[in-house]
Design a protein around this ligand. Structure first.
Ligand code: OSB
Ligand code: MG
Length: 374
């Protein structure tokens, strides 16, 4: 495919409710969409970076800078035989996986349309539906949290993940566990603890959790290996698994027993697929993480979640949990059995609502191959 046009758009989208994690509260999202046109086909990707560098170092602003100054010029006018060639094309750009992933994933959407296949099938995924969980933000008190969990369980979700931070952890999670003794329950610390908190974190061992996600430093693997050896609860690494290499280090050191794969964090479908194979070969369960995505990012997450290593319910949930009006059609729906049906249409499998995207856009820029060098 020959890349003719790249369009970058920033959308402002307000979440239905504020989402609180150990690193802050988010409600107003600044979402960057990448549209790539090649051979007359349009492909879409979403930058999953936050508004602030609080989850990892990337932001909406850094991704705009990296895509416009460094990635677009490398890709425009080039002929790309497969999206798997893309990582090598941008290897000279250090880091910025979320910026790279948005562009690479748009190429995957095009490649799937080229082959007349749903993206899930092009990636090698076999599932017709995927299992869904939810990630619940920190609440004002344990009672409010229990009420929210009850609501989500009634919606069919198969796994509940609770955000925690020091001072709002064991008491909250215990309340949920007492109210729902048998559900799949996990917690996510988003790097709010240190190795000195090991004895405190050990209290979670009594709560029969599926996992504790990234309790320690965002960029660490080694300290997690020391913590994992002291805990019965499985550690799941999120923030610090930025690549295949990071995952092999974590597996070799015994730093975790579960990994969550986020397309943005690892740089796109090519790396995500390699990671899924690595984890599968070590019998390490994986699941798809979420970054409060719009429908475009969500559609990519659904496709990735059909790969065989994704054996645990992911943080991929219904559009209506996040948005009044999602930018894809139909929006993402979850069945009463807590599953999402994998679309059968080619490419992303959803149509993109261009009018809505235009009305939500606050800035856009485009680069066209014909104007290069003129
Ligand atoms: O750590 O998984 C995380 C949202 C923003 C940043 C980091 C995380 C999250 C979530 C939300 O947990 C998952 C979702 O519902 O998209
Ligand atoms: Mg997490």
């Amino acid at each position: 495919m020959k890349v003719e046009l790249i369009v970058l758009r920033e959308l402002h989208m307000r979440l239905k409710a504020p989402f609180e994690t150990s690193f802050g509260v988010t409600q107003d999202r600044r979402i960057l969409l990448v549209e790539v046109v090649a051979d007359g086909l349009a492909g879409w990707g979403e930058v999953t970076a936050g508004e602030t560098p609080s989850y990892n170092p990337e932001t909406t602003g850094t991704a705009w800078h990296i895509i416009s100054e460094f990635i677009a010029p490398r890709l425009l006018g080039k002929t790309v035989a497969s999206p798997e060639e893309f990582p090598a094309m941008v290897a000279a750009i250090r880091g910025h996986e979320m910026a790279k992933a948005a562009v690479e994933n748009a190429l995957w959407d095009i490649a799937a349309q080229h082959r007349n296949l749903p993206l899930a099938r092009l990636l090698g995924g076999k599932l017709d539906e995927i299992a869904c969980g939810v990630s619940l933000g920190i609440r004002e008190n344990p009672k409010a949290l229990v009420q929210k969990v009850e609501e989500e369980l009634a919606g069919g979700y198969r796994r509940i993940k609770l955000k925690i931070k020091p001072g709002k952890d064991v008491e909250y999670v215990s309340a949920v566990r007492s109210a729902f003794p048998d559900i799949l329950l996990s917690v996510d610390g988003n790097s709010a603890y240190t190795l000195d908190d090991a004895s405190h974190l050990k209290k979670f061992d009594d709560l029969r959790l599926l996992m504790i996600e990234q309790p320690l430093y965002w960029d660490d693997i080694y300290a997690h290996s020391k913590l994992q050896s002291q805990l019965e609860t499985a550690i799941c690494l999120d923030e610090s698994i930025t690549s295949y290499r990071a995952a092999s280090t974590a597996i070799e050191l015994g730093a975790c027993r579960i990994i969550n794969i986020k397309l943005g964090r690892v740089g796109g479908h090519t790396e995500a697929r390699a990671l899924e194979q690595l984890c599968r070969s070590h019998s390490l369960p994986v699941w798809c993480g979420g970054m409060l995505e719009s429908g475009i990012g969500r559609a990519h997450n659904i496709a990735m979640s059909t790969l065989p290593g994704f054996t645990l319910p992911g943080d991929v949930s219904a559009s209506r949990r996040y948005w009044e009006d999602d930018i894809i059609e139909p929006d993402v729906k979850v069945s009463s059995r807590g599953t999402i049906r994998v679309p059968e249409a080619t490419g992303l499998g959803f149509s993109v609502r261009r009018d809505l995207i235009n009305s939500l856009s606050v800035r856009s820029e485009e680069w066209s191959a014909c104007t290069v060098g003129v």
